[in-house]
Ligand binder design. Structure first.
Ligand code: APR
Length: 242
């Protein structure tokens, strides 16, 4: 029987997505069998220290990711979340850990990329102050440099760095009625800890609901009222009823 998660109009909904929502579009997840982190040492390609040591390797890694991102399309899971936003409007916020732009490609507009954006580049010198910019380059002869002389880097939140917009994210989680997480293994913090805010709110008497959707139970499954096992692209369409 098809599952249904009722979300009446007027409910405030916060959605957190992870790599699983893009898996059916052909983007590899990080920690599954054949995941990205099986092939690479995370600290080499996704840390400030790795970039300082070997920026060419890091740019090659993200260049491959960019080249692939130009070939993929949103799947029915992305479209279902865009449809939920179209119904709820400002009562909806989508926070993604994904650096691809598939949510936007599906029509989502209220999106926070807490771990950055693959198709953006910024100066590696924090003191420089130039804004990150859209950049689809993926095949570098010489490594890209800022006008200030410093190397440019991918606009990605690496291990050891603080995710973007945490203040706004927490404010929205603290005010939402329903917290939905899709396709995230629940091992990378602070994203994996956001659902605990809902546990706290319930403990002080607030009425809140938490739902996880993914192909397997995440590490933080105990924090969810409901764990719906299934692929995002097959489960999300039709999941959210009025
Ligand atoms: N539909 C739903 N869930 C899926 C699907 C699918 N089709 N395919 C895989 N999954 C699930 C996996 O079972 C797994 O639990 O998606 C989850 C992906 O987990 P991870 O690979 O750990 O990705 P994520 O949780 O997004 O990683 C968080 O870690 O490496 C960093 O910065 C990177 O943003 C990333 C963060």
């Amino acid at each position: 029987m098809a599952r249904s998660v009722p979300i009446p109009d007027g409910n405030k909904v916060f959605v957190l997505t992870g790599a699983g929502v893009s898996a059916e579009s052909g983007i590899r997840t990080f920690r599954d069998a054949n995941g990205l982190w099986e092939e690479h040492r995370v600290e080499d390609v996704a840390s400030p220290e790795g970039f300082a040591k070997d920026p060419e390797l890091v740019w090659r890694f993200y260049g491959q990711r960019r080249a692939q991102a130009l070939t993929v399309k949103p799947n029915p899971g992305h479209h279902a979340l865009a449809a939920l936003e179209a119904r709820l409007g400002d009562d909806f916020l989508l926070c993604t850990q994904n650096v691809d732009a598939l949510h936007e490609a599906a029509g989502s507009t209220r999106v926070i990329h807490m771990h950055g954006e693959l198709m953006k580049t910024r100066c590696s010198d924090p003191a420089c102050g130039t804004a990150p910019f859209h950049d689809e380059r993926h095949d570098f002869g010489e490594l890209p440099r800022c006008s200030c002389g410093a190397l440019q880097r991918p606009h990605i939140v690496w291990f050891g760095e603080i995710p973007f917009e945490m203040h706004r994210i927490k404010r929205v989680v603290q005010a939402c009625d329903v917290f939905v997480c899709v396709g995230s293994s629940g091992v990378v913090y602070p994203a994996a800890g956001l659902v605990r805010e809902m546990t706290y709110r319930r403990s002080v008497g607030e009425t809140v609901r938490t739902v996880y959707v993914g192909v397997e139970s995440p590490d933080n499954a105990d924090a969810f009222d409901e764990v719906v096992i299934g692929k995002a692209g097959e489960t999300l369409p039709g999941l959210f009823a009025r």
